[in-house]
Design a protein around this ligand. Structure first.
Ligand SMILES: Nc1nc2c(ncn2[C@@H]2O[C@H](COP(=O)(O)OP(=O)(O)OP(=O)(O)O)[C@@H](O)[C@H]2O)c(=O)[nH]1
Ligand SMILES: [Mg+2]
Length: 326
């Protein structure tokens, strides 16, 4: 701290520290700079303040533009976005904590979660984004995150397996699954034409409870074979790995690696494609120019012999290594 700053400066600094709003902060900082004497001893401090001031002004401008974005507009990160939804207290936040490094609030009273909590789940050599949401109650369509339900890659309905199976919860499954709101994982051919396909799983949590078996049976019965049911215990970390496997499976993605001609296979970060993706889809994913100029590819994996030549419409499989020739 440079010496010989006048007392008024420190008074302005106090105001700056106590300021609650951006305009107050900016005003106090401007006052500090006006009071500051100009000499070599204050150069560094002046530079710091100038930087700070421009940051504050930028923040003010950014905040003033347009209307505030919803907290439920969550940008997809990693290979896929999966939501944890369900009735209060079922253990959604506990599952988020078990699947990721996130540290959401967890408590034995309902409505602990009031805003989305996000974590990244490491899975093999990729990551999937897991979003824990406030409890679902009432009409699904009226939820503030209804749009998120429609756009996410997967929905994990978390239910409490301890005690009596919750009638509300069973109704919720019906609501989500009956195709009116969106379409869960149905057998091939059952998918209504034009239906929104949401990939859904049910995580029956608190499977450690003595009477959990009954609820598991009841829920499995209620959904027949239409939705996959995974019994888990977030508390004991039981069933967490199978839940990760089920999630990876339900989002229907594949990992594809690329190889540069003449070099060794590089098992670095894979490209993510939808299941059924082709060589051409991979090229598009990498770069438009790649797709335009693609002649053929060589493949390692897929039960082919190493380096076999395949055409642009060849369907890729999880773990394939591809060398693109343009
Ligand atoms: N026995 C048992 N209790 C659990 C398990 N998972 C969570 N709990 C308990 O259930 C209560 C609710 O857990 P949360 O993770 O906060 O549940 P939530 O679904 O996020 O709750 P809301 O945010 O209020 O909707 C807490 O007391 C947890 O300790 C479990 O696997 N077994
Ligand atoms: Mg919660």
């Amino acid at each position: 701290m440079p010496a010989n700053l006048p007392p008024q400066y420190y008074k302005a600094e106090e105001e700056y520290k106590g300021a609650k709003t951006l305009p107050e902060k900016i005003a106090a900082l401007e006052a500090m700079m006006a009071i500051m004497p100009h000499h070599k001893g204050t150069d560094k401090l002046r530079a710091q303040h100038t930087r700070q001031l421009s940051q504050l002004r930028e923040q003010l401008e950014a905040g003033g533009k347009g209307k505030r974005q919803s907290i439920y507009r969550i940008e997809r990160q990693g290979a896929a976005q999966a939501l944890l939804v369900g009735p209060p207290n079922a253990g959604k936040s506990s599952i988020l904590a078990a699947l990721t490094h996130a540290t959401p609030h967890i408590a034995d009273y309902p409505h602990t979660t009031v805003k989305p909590e996000i974590g990244m789940m490491p899975y093999r050599d990729i990551q999937m984004q897991i979003v824990d949401l406030p409890p679902m109650e009432g009409d699904v369509r009226k939820l503030p995150y209804y749009n998120l339900l429609r756009t996410a890659d997967a929905i994990v309905l978390v239910l409490d397996a301890s005690g009596e199976p919750d009638v509300e919860a069973l109704l919720l499954i019906g609501d989500l699954a009956d195709g009116k709101v969106f379409t869960p994982l149905l057998d091939e051919g059952e998918l209504p034409i034009g239906g929104v396909r949401a990939r859904m799983l049910i995580a029956l949590n608190k499977a450690d409870a003595a009477d959990a078996g009954y609820a598991v049976e009841k829920v499995r019965e209620a959904v027949s074979r239409r939705i996959r049911v995974v019994a888990v215990s977030a508390r004991d970390r039981a069933g967490i790995e199978p839940l990760g496997d089920a999630l990876y499976d339900v989002v229907e993605i594949i990992r594809v690696y690329t190889k540069v001609p003449g070099r060794k296979i590089d098992l670095g970060a894979p490209f993510i494609l939808s299941r059924g993706g082709t060589v051409m889809d991979l090229a598009r994913e990498i770069h438009r120019d790649f797709a335009d100029g693609l002649r053929f590819a060589r493949i390692w994996g897929s039960g082919r012999f190493d380096g076999q030549r395949v055409e642009r419409d060849h369907v890729l499989e999880d773990g394939d290594v591809i060398e693109l020739h343009i």
